[in-house]
Design a binder for this molecule. Structure first.
Ligand code: ZN
Length: 133
């Protein structure tokens, strides 16, 4: 894996959290994007090499809504950038990790993504992401 590409944070109000993170990081939000397949509205901040991705649920059955109901707002996932998502998915599967999607999905920010089941990763939801070319 190349680096921590971003950290995903589940929030109840993107509007409030954008203001908060702009103050916290002293940098403007550079992009918001709705991801219909994941039922989330996202907002991105750059901090050095790493980004912060804020995630607000857009539907009652959004996984982010379920996460907030269960655990409250907070860190939802850590995303690692990979060079070749297909080979990395294969490698991790061979190592016994459970992939939450068999094929890479189209995520926010022009990425192909795949999530690992947190039961095998000390409870941390891990995302693999690769820039679409
Ligand atoms: Zn993410």
């Amino acid at each position: 894996m190349l680096k921590v590409e971003h950290i995903g944070v589940a929030v109840t109000s993107l509007t409030d959290s954008i203001i908060l993170f702009e103050k916290l990081l002293n940098t403007p939000c550079y992009k918001t994007e709705k991801v219909d397949t994941e039922k989330v509205q996202t907002a991105f901040f750059k901090q050095g090499e790493t980004k912060i991705e804020l995630l607000e649920p857009t539907a009652e059955d959004s996984v982010i809504k379920k996460f907030i109901d269960k655990k409250g707002e907070g860190i939802h996932h850590i995303a690692f950038e990979v060079k070749d998502i297909f080979s990395e998915m294969q490698r991790l599967q061979n190592e016994g990790f459970v992939l939450l999607n068999e094929q890479p999905k189209h995520g926010a920010d022009n990425k192909l993504v795949c999530f690992l089941h947190p039961k095998n990763t000390n409870g941390v939801l891990i995302e693999l992401c690769q820039e679409k070319v």
